[in-house]
Ligand binder design. Structure first.
Ligand code: GDG
Length: 465
């Protein structure tokens, strides 16, 4: 069996409980075959290391898994990570052209760090290693490796949405980015909508020809593509909900809110997650369905994220003001409509919170998948489950059809769906939950990594020059 080499912007200690889908999947796949995880250390160093050779690569070994990391200079961090990855690719791929800053220094830094990663990774590779590259930070990595003669099988998975061609084309380097994807042997997307956008792009901009069910030819290369919706470790999450800490949290929340009905939102504080629109919709609920006053309580956890990017600071101020206004307008001495928590909450506490909630609001304006939607389903009591209100613009909406799907831009429509979720008869909730649970079990995180890696191992390879 080939050794697996995973490359992502950040790595994680494989011995620690992983938070989030990527870290869980990567750890599990790496431990199965043994392997190497390569990425940025998270540290900034003063002087640049030479690009060639192994200087500056830190290697730690944990059983059959090694971690190899490199530091970045301040300039590389500011241009590659803050500038291009999070100031160009993240907003544009989430359809927010208005927030993108197309500064040429950013694209140069992005290219430079991808070259640095390729130079530092290449000497660590063995000829039959299977390489799996993750996410938008590293789109050109395979092209850089190929330029240095790397003939290994290399796959890429995009965790965020693929935008439609007309939006993609606003990035000055769009052709270079999309051409770079053809240096991979397999490119995976979260859903069929994303896959469709990629096909449309290469057909309209690069005259791509389909040469098989999931095979495209363009830029003088052929590429295998498909949708692999990422899942969660359902058993682990059910286990957390039933463990002591999960049960204690559930009991505490139930007692604290015994006279109320709880709604929950858990997100990174990011403009793609639709948080201000969610607060507006909740306000509409209180305005149009007054029976919820003095009762419905929204607990919104918004964990701090990318705080040195300007747009995130604006969002923070907007949320502070919206939550303050709704509490000021509707709050009572013994009831506040919104409990807004701008801090990270321990992962062990989430399942109990989800389980104590009657409704989850997962209403991003655009999202690659959204794992919170799946975590909420997994944490429910099947005999008396809560209901998921889900944005039709989350990747998860392709799979989770039995949730109540909403347009998050439509505050009244979303308020109506929340009301429906709050008043849904138990039998209907049980039936919908059973169908959702079946779906997230069928396509869990283990299915996701196995199916991607099996397809990568079998993808036909182009002759390399
Ligand atoms: C990207 C794509 C795609 C959140 N707040 C806290 C906390 N979380 C955990 C959640 C969940 C994870 O973080 C968030 O996952 P999402 O999928 O919702 O979103 P992104 O971070 O934007 O992830 C996304 C994903 O990649 C995987 O491919 O689904 O579309 O954008 O696990 O529970 N965890 C803890 N405290 C918090 O305050 N412990």
């Amino acid at each position: 069996m080939s050794r697996l080499v995973v490359v992502s912007n950040r790595t994680a200690d494989p011995r620690k409980t992983a938070a989030g889908g990527l870290a869980v999947a990567v750890r599990e796949s790496l431990q199965r075959t043994g392997g190497l995880w390569f990425g940025w250390s998270g540290k900034i160093r003063g002087d640049p290391d030479g690009i060639d050779g192994q200087s500056g690569v830190h290697i730690q070994t944990f059983g059959n898994v090694s971690l190899a990391t490199v530091d970045l200079t301040q300039q590389d961090h500011d241009t590659y990570y803050l500038g291009y990855a999070n100031g160009v690719l993240w907003p544009v791929f989430h359809y927010r052209l208005d927030l993108a800053d197309f500064d040429t220094r950013f694209s140069a830094g992005y290219r430079r760090v991808n070259q640095l990663f390729a130079h530092k990774l290449l000497p660590l590779l063995k000829p039959d290693d299977l390489i799996w590259v993750h996410d938008y930070h590293l789109i050109p990595l395979a092209a850089e490796l190929r330029a240095m003669g790397c003939g290994n099988r290399i796959g890429f998975f995009l965790h965020i949405p693929m935008p439609p061609p007309m939006i993609m084309a606003a990035i000055p380097e769009h052709e270079w980015l999309m051409r770079s994807l053809f240096a991979y042997d397999l490119v995976g997307f979260q859903g069929h909508v994303d896959l469709g956008h990629f096909r449309h792009y290469v057909e309209s901009e690069a005259h791509a020809m389909p040469i098989g069910p999931q095979r495209l030819r363009a830029f003088n290369r052929t590429l295998q593509v498909d949708a692999y919706p990422i899942g969660i470790d359902v058993d682990e999450f059910v286990g957390l909900a039933n463990a002591k800490e999960g049960r204690d949290m559930f009991a505490r929340m139930r007692e604290e809110y015994s006279r109320r009905r709880l709604l929950v939102g858990v997100d990174r504080l990011d403009y793609s997650k639709g948080l201000p629109q969610r607060v507006h919709a909740f306000r509409e609920l209180l305005a149009h369905y007054p029976e919820n006053r003095d009762s419905a309580t929204l607990i919104q956890i918004a964990s701090p994220s990318r705080e040195s990017v300007g747009a995130y600071d604006d969002l923070r101020r907007q949320m502070d003001s919206l939550c303050g206004a709704i509490n000021g307008d509707y709050g009572e001495l013994d009831w506040m409509p919104v409990r807004y928590i701008h801090r990270n909450v321990a992962r062990k506490r989430l399942p109990g919170l989800y389980r104590a909630s009657r409704v989850a609001l997962v209403t991003p304006l655009r999202d690659g998948m959204n794992l919170v939607a799946k975590e909420f389903i997994a944490a429910q009591d099947p005999a008396d489950p809560g209901m998921l209100v889900l944005s039709r613009f989350a990747g998860a909406a392709e799979q989770l059809k039995e949730a109540l799907l909403v347009n998050p831009y439509d505050a009244q429509g979303t308020a109506h769906a929340i009301q429906r979720a709050l008043t849904m008869p138990q039998e209907e909730r049980i039936n919908r939950h059973a169908a959702l649970m079946k779906r997230i079990r069928q396509q869990d995180v283990h299915w996701w990594s196995r199916s991607f890696l099996d397809a990568l191992a079998e993808a036909p390879q182009d002759e390399r020059v």
